[in-house]
Design a protein around this ligand. Structure first.
Ligand SMILES: Nc1ncnc2c1ncn2[C@@H]1O[C@H](COP(=O)(O)OP(=O)(O)O)[C@@H](O)[C@H]1O
Ligand SMILES: [Mg+2]
Length: 269
């Protein structure tokens, strides 16, 4: 496939196990992820699922260039990210945005909404103030928030509103790829459904791709085109979501699907 936005090949992250207080030495390593491969096309939403400790966050941190891989490659638009020049890496950081589980990780409590949402544009430096204001107003409208909320601090809003602001902040700079780590897990089910519909709607209108990490298969069913299942750091299943839900092949995937059926969340499309 030539139109892959992101191509991950054989990606591994090993964490050193360090012993000793005064004289530290590495006595071994823990697997974060091992030999992970997948691609993300434009506008594709890839759901990354697996139980706690399966490597979901490690994968995301590596794609965000926070963690250095022990092996493997990540190509963005055909260019290796880990061998890129600092300016190419910065360009990627502008094109990629992230929404965390807790909106408090994305929003500075001391900043009013408008400042929070403007910041990613200010970082770019190349956007004139007036068009930045236009973009912020548009981004707030797009997440269904009134411009007047621009004056508010995170504390003055509900969790669902905060998460919508975090999404406005992540989408204001027209990202090509949006990473999410459990970004709807902390919300009530009804708010969750609204945020999922918002993300689908934004994807259709703005055209970004997503890598969406969650332990919740109900969310995957409602949102994702493709499912990647991690178990102890390895990919055990990687298929279109429709196939995955109708007939999961791996025993571990079947367990996940059965467990999810027991706590069914309504599909939203
Ligand atoms: N900073 C770290 N240092 C050492 N080990 C880590 C670190 N982060 C994660 N791990 C280990 O890597 C594995 C995957 O963890 P993680 O990516 O957090 O999984 P998940 O997000 O699916 O819960 C686990 O065994 C975890 O203990
Ligand atoms: Mg995690």
């Amino acid at each position: 496939m030539n139109d892959a936005l992101l191509r991950v090949t054989g990606l591994s992250v090993h964490y050193p196990i360090v012993r000793g207080v005064l004289f530290q030495r590495t006595v071994g390593s823990t697997v974060g992820i091992e030999d992970v491969s997948f691609t993300v096309s434009r506008r594709e939403i890839v759901g990354v699922v697996g139980e706690s400790g399966s490597g979901k966050s490690t994968l995301l941190r590596t794609l965000l260039l926070i963690e250095r891989p022990s092996g493997g490659t990540v190509e963005y638009e055909g260019r290796s990210l880990f061998h890129a020049t600092p300016s190419e890496q910065n360009e990627y950081r502008r094109r990629a945005q992230v929404v965390f589980q807790n909106p408090r990780s994305s929003l500075d409590p001391a900043l009013r909404t408008e400042r929070s949402v403007t910041e990613p544009l200010a970082v770019r430096g190349d956007v004139p103030v007036r068009s930045a204001q236009g973009a912020v107003t548009r981004a707030l409208a797009e997440v269904g928030m009134e411009t007047t909320t621009g004056d508010r601090f995170p504390d003055q809003m509900s969790g669902g509103q905060q998460q919508r602001i975090a999404i406005a902040r992540a989408t204001v700079s027209a990202p090509q790829i949006l990473y999410a780590d459990e970004c709807v897990s902390a919300l009530d089910v009804s708010v969750q459904a609204r945020v999922i519909n918002l993300l689908l709607d934004l994807r259709d209108r703005l055209g970004f791709a997503m890598v969406f990490v969650t332990h919740d298969l109900g969310v995957v069913r409602a949102l994702c085109d493709t499912v990647l299942v991690l178990q102890r750091g390895r990919v055990v299943e990687y298929r279109p979501a429709a196939d995955f839900f109708s007939a999961p092949t791996h025993a571990y995937s079947r367990e996940l699907v059965d467990a999810a059926r027991a706590t069914e969340l309504e599909p939203h499309r």
